[in-house]
Design a protein around this ligand. Structure first.
Ligand code: EPU
Length: 422
């Protein structure tokens, strides 16, 4: 059985939506818990997304106890953790399963696991993660689809990342917390999710300084223990609702937002002529009238997020004139454009660049969410298109958006989820 979302377009949205805990922080925080040898970790604000289910399957596979005492609250007890070769099917369901590499390597000095899966956005190598582990003293072997990473002992080192990779920064940080001596990560990524992971690790007893800057220092400690942690709000979910509001809302109040985390989007929306009111922990957005075209270049944080490039492209189809989107993080992250073309968008593609000519009317049709944020781009399109848009492969959306259809229905959208017999 597969599911589709059917969206009847052009119903104005109005009301309040609450943003959930950050997916990209959560998917690192959950593997990070297994670094504790001294009791359970309690995490609140956990989003209802299938990536969390996949990671919980992996925890249980590793003999970790996972409990959900209340909604959005996970208690993870790694007391009986076993270092089993990670050949579970859930490894292929998400990219972030690679965080078990750093965590198990830190804890046991050895890890064996399959190649992680995740959204196809063009090539997504993990060479920088592996180089980092090697710098800490590990030996890496890749045979028959499995990584085997092993160290006699992990010793802190100076590591320069050629690209400021989010995943490599977090993975090296995880392994280095239990290494001997000091690790310095230079040209580290500065995304807010990295600060969130470092905050939880420090509460567990780690000694990490500089998270959120491009130099992170980790003084290795003997062992880590249990703690309590509340996940930061999801800046990409917040950004997605901000774009939806700019496209289709009489007025939307988006709560549980750290406005600083979405500054680059706020600035673009204002350039497009959208009314954005920014308060301490929420933003208020109204549908833009006579939207202006803008040029966008995706960059590491605090630049414009690649994850918001896809939904923004849909909004740009509604601007009068030509917008140019230059994707510098994942140069092939444009599959959504082919789907948007089916709905009537005028987009031409050249390497790493999409040129969008607007404004164009969109018309409902059958489209496919080829990846998570492509799904978000198609939801924005469905809400503004004439007629009904049917989005296939909804499981991509469910990987990363907490109850997207329910939240939108509460705002006035006409959406149904339909089971299809394969
Ligand atoms: N890169 C390498 N070698 C590496 C690692 C990365 O060449 O070893 C390259 C990548 O190919 C890419 C660039 O470096 O061109 C940046 O990749 P990064 O490692 O920062 O990405 P990631 O950690 O795999 C996370 C998010 C992505 C988000 C990117 C960029 C998670 C689980 N995923 O991926 O989120 O697009 O950072 O901000 O945190 C999404 O949420 O839809 C999503 C794909």
């Amino acid at each position: 059985m597969t599911q589709v979302l059917k969206i009847e377009g052009q119903h104005p949205l109005k009301g309040v939506v609450r943003i959930s805990g950050s997916k990209n922080a959560t998917v690192a925080l959950i593997p990070a818990t297994i670094l504790s040898s001294l009791g359970p970790i309690s995490i609140i604000g956990v989003p209802h997304i299938s990536d969390v289910e996949s990671l919980n399957h992996l925890l249980e596979f590793l003999n970790v106890e996972v409990n959900t005492p209340s909604d959005g609250h996970l208690v993870i007890d790694p007391t009986h953790l076993k270092n089993i070769s990670l050949d579970h099917p859930a490894v292929n369901k998400l990219r972030a399963s690679y965080y078990f590499m750093g965590a198990l390597l830190g804890r046991f000095k050895e890890v064996k696991m399959k190649m992680p899966g995740g959204c196809y956005l063009g090539p997504r190598p993990i060479d920088l993660h592996l180089k980092g582990f090697e710098a800490l003293g590990a030996h890496v072997e890749y045979t028959q689809g499995y990584y085997h990473i092993k160290a006699e002992k992990l010793v802190g080192a100076k590591i320069f990342l050629d690209i400021s990779s989010v995943g490599a920064t977090i993975n090296i940080m995880l392994a280095a917390t239990l290494a001997q001596g000091r690790t310095t990560i230079e040209n580290a990524a500065k995304e807010p999710e990295i600060i969130d992971v470092a905050t939880m690790l420090n509460r567990m007893g780690a000694n990490i300084k500089g998270a959120g800057t491009n130099v992170i220092t980790i003084e290795g400690v003997e062992q880590l223990g249990g703690t309590f942690h509340e996940i930061i709000p999801d800046r990409i979910e917040a950004g997605t609702y901000m774009i939806i509001a700019a496209a289709a809302a009489e007025e939307m109040i988006i709560e549980n937002v750290i406005p600083q985390h979405v500054e680059s989007l706020i600035s673009k929306l204002k350039d497009m002529g959208v009314s954005v009111e920014v308060e301490r922990d929420h933003v208020i957005i109204k549908k833009g009238i006579d939207l202006k075209p803008v040029d966008v270049k995706t960059l590491p944080y605090p630049g414009f997020a690649t994850d918001l490039q896809q939904p923004l492209t849909t909004l740009l189809t509604q601007a009068k004139g030509e917008s140019i989107v230059n994707e510098t993080i994942y140069t092939e992250r444009f599959k959504h454009c082919l789907e948007l073309q089916r709905l009537g968008a005028n987009i031409s593609l050249s390497p790493a660049t999409a040129t969008i000519k607007g404004e164009t009317s969109l018309f409902g049709d059958h489209v496919t969410a080829t990846d998570l944020r492509c799904g978000a781009a198609l939801v924005v399109a469905g809400l503004i298109a004439q007629g009904t848009t049917t989005i296939h492969d909804v499981y991509h959306i469910d990987r990363g958006y907490d109850e997207l259809d329910h939240k939108l229905i509460a705002l006035g959208a006409k959406i149904t989820r339909v089971e299809l017999n394969d």
